[in-house]
Design a protein around this ligand. Structure first.
Ligand SMILES: Cc1cc2nc3c(=O)[nH]c(=O)nc-3n(C[C@H](O)[C@H](O)[C@H](O)COP(=O)(O)OP(=O)(O)OC[C@H]3O[C@@H](n4cnc5c(N)ncnc54)[C@H](O)[C@@H]3O)c2cc1C
Length: 422
C-alpha cells in the first residue's frame, strides 16, 4: 500500500520518497513519471516528485524571480498528452564556476531581455534554439565562453564601463599617437642618468624608422570622417613632457598614488577618479624615455582605429593590420608584454579577413586575454613581482583577480565606435 504525504506548497511526494531517492533512485514512479529532486532547497535528501507538479516557467515566466533563470526545453512528448515545451527555474552558476553559454551569447548578438542564445556561425542551432542543460552566470557576471584560451568557460565578474570613460576624439587620438612615437627605445638595462624627454636612443630600428612606422600605421588606418585629415606626428610634439622622477612631476601625485606604485599606479575601475585614479602622465627619463601610460594608450589607439574601420578593408589596411602584432612585439616598451605577444595575439589567430569588424573583434578578444592575466588585474595597486615566480597560476580563478577584467564586446563597441549622426 502506498501512503501519500502532503507537503506545503506545490510539493506532492510519495511516502516512499522519505527513503531518499538520491540514495535509491529506483523508488520513484515511472507512470506518471516522477523526478528525484532535493526535498528542500539545497538539501541532500531526494524526494520523488510527479513531473507535472513542478512549476513550469514557460507557462508562468515570472516564477523564477531574480536569482534563478528559466531553462526552456523542447520534447516531442513529455507525458504523452502534454505540451512540447517546458521551463524549469535553475540557479545561476556561482562566480568562478563553469558555464555553458558561449562568448557569442553576449558578444555581440545578445538581445536584451532574451535569455535564449543565438550563435551566429551555427546553422544547426538557429535563432530560437534552446540551451541543452545550460548553465548560466548571474546578472553581474558573464560567461567567458571559449574566448580565453587559458580558461575553460567560466563565470567571471564583468568590467563595467566607468561613466567618464575615455573615448576617441581627434585630440585623444593624437595624445595616444604620441605614446606610440616614443615606443621601442633603449630600455633600462642600458640606462643613463640625467636624460630628458628629448633624448631617446635606438633599440633595433632607428628612431626615425619608428616615427615613420607610426605615421604609416596611423595614416593608413585613420578615419578622416571622424577625425579630419591625418597630420603626421612629430617627436618634437612630445618634448614638453615631464620626467617621472622630476620633483615638479612627483609633486603632482596624490599620497595614495605615491603609496602605491607612483607613476605606474593604475585604477582600471575608475581611471579618472581624483586621488585614487591613474597617476598623471610622464616619461621614464631614467629608463627608456617611454610614457608611463604607454600600455593603455596603445590599446586605446588600436581599439579606436579598428572599431572605426570601413566594412571592407583596402589591401594596404589589411597589410598594416596584419603586421601590427609583430610591430607590437618589436616595439612595445614593456618587455614582459613583448614576450607575451606570441601567446596573447599571434596564437589567438591573426585574422585573414578583410572585414573591419573582424579586426575590432580580434583586438577586443586579445585585450580581454591580456586583462585576465595582467599585473594590474591580478595585483591591483601593488607590484606583485610579475614575470617572476610569484606570478599566480593561470588556472587559479577564485579570489585571485583584484579587479573585474572581462569587458563584453557591446561595451567595447560603445566605448570605441564613433557613431556618425546622419
Ligand atoms: C599589446 C599589449 C600587450 C600587453 N601585455 C601585457 C602582459 O602580458 N602582461 C601585463 O601585465 N600587461 C600587459 N599589457 C598592459 C595591460 O594590458 C594594460 O594596458 C595595463 O595593465 C594598464 O591597464 P589599464 O587598466 O590602465 O587599462 P587597459 O586595460 O590598458 O585599458 C585601456 C582602455 O581600454 C579599455 N578596454 C579594456 N579592456 C578592453 C577590451 N577587451 N576591449 C576594448 N577595450 C577595452 C578600457 O576601458 C580602457 O579605456 C599589455 C599592453 C599592450 C598594449
Amino acid at each position: 500500500m502506498m501512503w501519500r504525504v502532503v507537503f506545503p506548497g506545490w510539493m506532492c511526494v510519495h511516502a516512499a520518497a522519505l527513503s531518499d531517492c538520491f540514495q535509491q533512485p529506483h523508488i520513484c514512479g515511472v507512470k506518471p513519471f516522477e523526478a528525484c529532486i532535493a526535498c528542500e532547497k539545497g538539501g541532500s535528501r531526494g524526494c520523488c516528485m510527479e513531473v507535472g507538479t513542478i512549476p513550469d516557467c514557460y507557462l508562468k515566466p515570472h516564477i523564477c524571480g531574480n536569482d534563478k533563470w528559466c531553462e526552456l526545453n523542447d520534447h516531442v512528448s513529455w507525458n504523452e498528452t502534454e505540451t512540447t515545451t517546458r521551463g524549469r527555474c535553475l540557479n545561476f552558476q556561482e562566480r568562478c564556476n563553469s558555464c555553458s553559454a558561449t562568448e557569442n551569447d553576449d558578444n555581440p548578438y545578445r538581445i536584451p531581455g532574451l535569455i535564449g542564445t543565438f550563435e551566429k556561425e551555427s546553422h544547426s542551432r538557429p535563432f530560437g534554439s534552446y540551451l541543452e542543460r545550460g548553465t548560466r552566470c548571474g546578472p553581474k557576471d558573464i560567461c567567458t565562453g571559449d574566448s580565453i584560451p587559458v580558461l575553460p568557460p567560466t563565470c567571471v565578474e564583468r568590467r563595467s564601463l566607468p561613466s567618464n570613460h575615455d573615448s576617441p576624439s581627434r585630440q585623444k587620438m593624437y595624445e595616444w599617437g604620441k605614446r606610440m612615437m616614443r615606443m621601442g627605445a633603449h630600455n633600462y638595462e642600458r640606462s643613463r642618468l640625467d636624460t630628458g624627454p628629448e633624448e631617446q636612443t635606438a633599440e633595433g630600428s632607428t628612431r626615425e624608422e619608428v616615427h615613420e612606422g607610426v605615421n604609416a600605421i596611423l595614416s593608413g588606418l585613420w578615419n578622416p570622417l571622424l577625425w579630419g585629415e591625418f597630420t603626421p606626428l612629430t617627436i618634437e610634439s612630445t618634448y614638453d613632457e615631464l620626467c617621472c622622477n622630476w620633483e615638479n612631476y612627483t609633486a603632482k601625485l596624490s599620497s595614495f598614488q605615491k603609496d602605491r606604485t607612483g607613476p605606474s599606479y593604475r585604477f582600471p575601475m575608475d581611471p579618472l577618479a581624483p586621488e585614487i585614479g591613474n597617476s598623471p602622465s610622464c616619461v621614464w627619463c631614467l629608463f627608456d624615455n617611454a610614457y608611463n601610460d604607454e600600455n593603455p594608450s596603445i590599446w586605446s589607439l588600436v581599439h579606436a582605429l579598428t572599431f572605426n574601420l570601413p566594412l571592407v578593408l583596402s589591401e594596404r589596411q589589411f597589410a598594416l593590420l596584419s603586421s601590427l602584432p609583430m610591430w607590437l612585439r618589436e616595439h612595445l616598451s614593456c618587455p614582459l608584454c613583448r614576450s607575451h605577444i606570441e601567446e596573447h595575439l599571434i596564437e589567438l589567430g591573426v585574422p585573414a579577413s578583410r572585414s573591419g569588424t573582424d579586426w575590432a573583434h580580434f583586438f577586443w578578444r586579445a585585450h580581454n586575454y591580456v586583462n585576465e592575466q595582467s599585473e594590474v588585474t591580478r595585483c591591483g595597486s601593488q607590484s606583485c613581482g610579475w614575470g617572476l615566480w610569484e606570478t599566480p597560476e593561470s588556472y587559479n580563478c577564485a579570489g585571485v583577480y583584484r579587479y573585474a577584467w572581462y569587458v563584453p564586446f557591446p561595451d567595447a563597441q560603445k566605448q570605441w565606435k564613433v557613431e556618425i549622426a546622419v
